[in-house]
Design a protein. Sequence first.
Length: 265
Amino acid sequence: MNTQKVFFSTNIKFLRERKKLSQELMAESLGIGRSKLNALESGQTKAPQPEDLINCSNTFKISIDSLLKVDLSRISELKLRELESGSDIYLQGGNIRVLAITVDKDNKENMEYIPVKAKAGYRAGYNDPEFVASLPKFSLPNLPESGTFRMFPTIGASMLPIPEGAEVICKFIEDWQNIKARTLCIVVLKAEQDFVFKQVTIEPEGMILLESLNKLFQPYKVPVSEVLEIWQFHSYQSQEIPEQETDLQEIKRMITALQNQVLKS
């Protein structure tokens, strides 16, 4: 029989420390004694009273279900703010995918980079905070302030026309049901030894269609249960200079532009 792990005590302590409040001030805010708050945070109170659960939920603006069932310390600051604003995963019946992240000294999310030598271990450690903390991390200017970003190396011809060896920057997708058809993504699969860079389409009956930009590679489908993470393409960096457009490519482009003008007229 599986037992649901309860995170209430660690969540209360985490949320208090996130607000940079002492136990004395937090206890005063909750309307309880410091000794009782200490017992709640340390797990000495195995079965918190309903009024304590309701009080903490109202104070931290996070549902009781989330306080009990979700390890809030492993959720990004953006997601925590969403929970506090009423976008609660349990109230909405959603299925959150907890993402391990790292932050800088200002509590802003880093962008982790998965070097080639770490790719083999990523599938085993993708949700392990210690593994993620061991990855190279940095920040880039001009990235959107919202969202979590990660950089993946590209290997293989299936990612063309993105040049092999380019570094692909992607944004984490938590809710896969909101993915538009043929969205370009890095997909981390359970059964693959590498990441795949594909156009993703969520299909009925729990299947995902994966299509390569390189038409020499046939599309294929995988069950949703075989997917660990999906990261939406944002941009890429490469040391390769794009090849100059040939005369034939230029003529084809001009014909296509003319056809589009005719269709619009």
